[in-house]
Design a protein around this ligand. Structure first.
Ligand code: S3P
Length: 182
């Protein structure tokens, strides 16, 4: 785990909401639930929240209004999380990279980037392309190229997180992370 320039606020002022950011398949929802349990906080997955509020799947939203509509809704529901307290929020992989979402999350909450090795992302996402419109229909080679390329584009946003958490899988490091945030 590494913290950016000034890790002190994490321990001086306990956050009231935590945003997990990172690429698709990095384990934000899994780790988010574990973290929320450790902290005895609530957990929400921003995509699931958006889907339940809109009564549509992400794929349906992409079909109806393309990525532009999805990004607008994503921003609207992200803004709604500013009222949530003692909540761990797992955001979608592209969320920090649109509008001023990343800066906003950095101001209103504690941001944690789950940095997961590309090899793990590729392996995990090979079996999970269908409900992710950006990945649908890609061969393994196309998927791997897409991940490499997108990560390059998104790195600058992800690395604005206050904490960078090197994460592979399971519950490794979760207790340590929760202790840092308490
Ligand atoms: C996206 C990631 C997805 C979802 C949408 C777009 C992205 O969330 O928001 O399909 O742009 O990386 P997960 O990271 O939870 O898969």
């Amino acid at each position: 785990m590494s913290s950016r320039e000034n890790p002190q606020p994490v321990t001086r002022n306990s956050p009231i909401r935590i945003y997990l950011i990172g690429f698709m398949g990095s384990g934000k929802s899994y780790l988010g639930k574990q973290l929320a349990e450790q902290l005895q906080w609530k957990f929400i997955d921003l995509d699931a929240y958006l889907e339940s509020k809109e009564s549509k799947t992400i794929s349906q939203i992409f079909e109806e209004g393309g990525e532009a509509l999805f990004r607008q809704l994503e921003k609207d529901y992200l803004t709604a999380t500013g009222d949530f307290e003692k909540t761990v929020i797992a955001t979608g992989g592209g969320c920090p990279c649109f509008y001023d979402n990343m800066e906003w999350m950095d101001v209103i909450g504690q941001t944690i980037y789950l940095k997961t090795p590309v090899s793990i992302l590729v392996k995990r996402l090979q079996s999970e392309t269908e409900h992710r419109p950006l990945l649908a229909g890609k061969s393994n080679k196309e998927l791997s190229d897409f991940i490499e390329q997108k990560l390059k584009e998104r790195k600058a946003y992800y690395e604005q997180a206050q904490v960078i958490f090197e994460y592979r899988s399971g519950t490794e490091g979760v207790k340590e992370l929760a202790d840092l945030l308490r």
